[in-house]
Design a protein around this ligand. Sequence first.
Ligand code: DGY
Length: 321
Amino acid sequence: MSRFRLLLTRRLPPDVEARAQRDYDTLPNPEDTLLSPQEIAACASSHCADGILVCAGDRITAEAVAQLPASVKVIATFSVGYEHLDVAAIKARGIVATNTPDVLTEATADTALLLLLAAARRAHEGNKLVRDGAWRGWHTTMLLGSDPKDKQLGIYGMGRIGQAVAQRARAFGMRIHYHNRRRLPPEQELGAVYHDTLESLLQTSDFFSINAPSTPETRGLFNAEKLALLPRGAIFVNTARGDMVVDEALLAALKSGQIRAAGLDVFAGEPNLHPGYAALDNVFLLPHVGSATEETRDAMGFAALDNIDAVLAGRAPPSPL
Ligand code: DGY
C-alpha cells in the first residue's frame, strides 16, 4: 500500500525526523534552507504532498495556499504560534491547520524567567566584563541589579505560558498581576491580581512579561505611549513575538532609563533584529530559543506528527486551529 506523502520544510530533531521517515514518504529539506511561500507550494505540488510540516519561520500566505495541490489535507506547524499561517485561507481550501500547544509551556516559561533575571541582574554586562578581561575584582557597588522579591510582575496574556511564568515568579517572591481577555477562575488565578485594562497593568508593573500571541490586535501594541505607563525603571521581558513591540519605542525607553533593562528572545523581522538592541548594554538578547530544549523540541515534533497522523487517518487532530 502506498504511503502518505509528507513535505518537511525544515530539518527536524533526529528522533522526529526518524518517525516521519518511518511513517511517511517524506520530501525533506536536507540543506535546511528557509523556503519562500511559493517554494513551499511548489515542493508540495512536485511531491503531491498529503501533508506539510512547517516551522515558525515559514510563511503560508493566501497566495501560497491557492497554489497548493488538491492532495494537501493538513498543514501542521511545529510551533504554538501560528501568525505565519493564513489560517482562514487554509481552512477555506478545506485543509486542516494544526499547532503544538502545551508541550512548550514549561520551556518557554523557564526562558521568560531566565530573561527576567538576566535583565534584572545585568547578566550581559557581567558576562562581557569577564570575557573582555576587564574585571578588576569584587567591589561593593559593581553591577548592582534589582531584586525580583516583593516586586510587582505584570503578565500580559495569562494563558498556559503566562500561568507557568507566574508559578515560577512566585518562587522568587514576586507579586503577580495580569491582564487577559478573560479573568481566570480563582483556582487558576492563585491570588494574582486581575487588571481589566492593559493600561492599569502597565502602571502597576515593576517587571513586565509579554505572554500573548501576535494577532492583528496585538501587533505594535507596545508603543511609546504604552511603555511610558510603566513605572520608571521597569524591567521588560518578551518571549512571545517581537512584532508586538515597536522597536524604536523600546529602544528610546531603554536609553532614557524609563525601562531599566530588557530581556528579549523574539524580534520583529527575525533574524534581522533592529541593530539598536545589540548596541545597548542593558538588553539581554537570545535568538528565539524559548522552546529550545531537546525534550521540548522532540515533544513539539511528535505533537506535529500526531496532528498529521490523525488528519490523514480521518480523525480529529489533537490541536486544530
Ligand atoms: C512557538 O512555538 O511559537 C515558539 O515561539 C517557537 O517558534
